[in-house]
Design a protein around this ligand. Structure first.
Ligand SMILES: [Zn+2]
Length: 229
């Protein structure tokens, strides 16, 4: 299925080289409503790509330009995430309108797109993130139903660690320091913990730091700092 061009006027010039991919869900009632909004000059939002439920890819903003998908965000050393990233909106009503599993055809298309972009810009796996990872206090997308494991199997995202390590018994402050070292903005601690759980331990998102959370985070930070490869 060849991509369709539906240009959006909502972009400006990049101030940074491309080093990240940010995945979103559209969070609207229909694909049409989401596409209209992403092309509405009044809305001042956009993405480089939209992937519909059947796998149709829609190109909206040239990769060389800065699309407006991240909003106020932070990841690792980057605050202007829009300047540093390619933004992909995945059609799904989201938590507000009836969150549903992502169809296989849609995920297959996301995988192809992410693989191409990752290759083109030599983006590290640790910099392929969800909107909730870069804006934990504001965002939940693409959400706990997003199959990160499918991307991870193809080295397109960090896998959930499977090593059984010792519980480092960090205090809450220690855990949050480690979370910050990994990349999260921890200004809102509870939100950062929940974003981490949504991404790496989606079966229990309760904002409570437990032994499993500590061990997963420790494994992500060791033996390779930040798990990049
Ligand atoms: Zn988003």
């Amino acid at each position: 299925m060849p991509p369709i061009d539906l240009p959006s006027p909502n972009f400006d010039a990049r101030a940074l080289p491309i080093s990240m991919i940010v995945l979103h869900y559209t969070g609207m009632e229909s694909a049409e409503a989401a596409i209209d909004r992403l092309r509405d000059p009044e809305a001042k939002v956009s993405a480089h790509y939209v992937v519909d439920e059947d796998g149709q890819v829609i190109c909206m903003v040239d990769e060389g330009d800065r699309a407006w998908h991240a909003g106020a965000s932070h990841w690792r050393e980057i605050d202007d995430v829009n300047s540093a990233s390619i933004g992909i909106e995945i059609v799904n009503p989201g938590h507000e309108w009836g969150y549903v599993p992502f169809p296989d055809a849609q995920i297959d298309a996301v995988i192809r797109l992410v693989a191409e972009i990752k290759d083109r810009y030599e983006i590290t796996r640790g910099n392929i993130v969800g909107h909730s990872d870069i804006a934990p206090a504001r965002k939940r997308d693409p959400g706990e139903l997003f199959p990160w494991h499918r991307l991870a199997r193809l080295r397109l995202a960090l896998p959930r660690p499977t090593q059984s390590l010792m519980d480092p018994f960090w205090t809450e402050a220690g855990f949050c320091l480690a979370l910050e070292r990994f990349g999260y903005d921890v200004t809102d601690r509870m939100a950062a913990i929940m974003a981490f759980q949504r991404r790496f331990r989606p079966e229990l998102i309760d904002g409570e730091i437990d032994a499993e959370c500590r061990m997963i985070l420790l494994a992500l930070l060791l033996p390779k700092p930040r798990g990049d490869a």
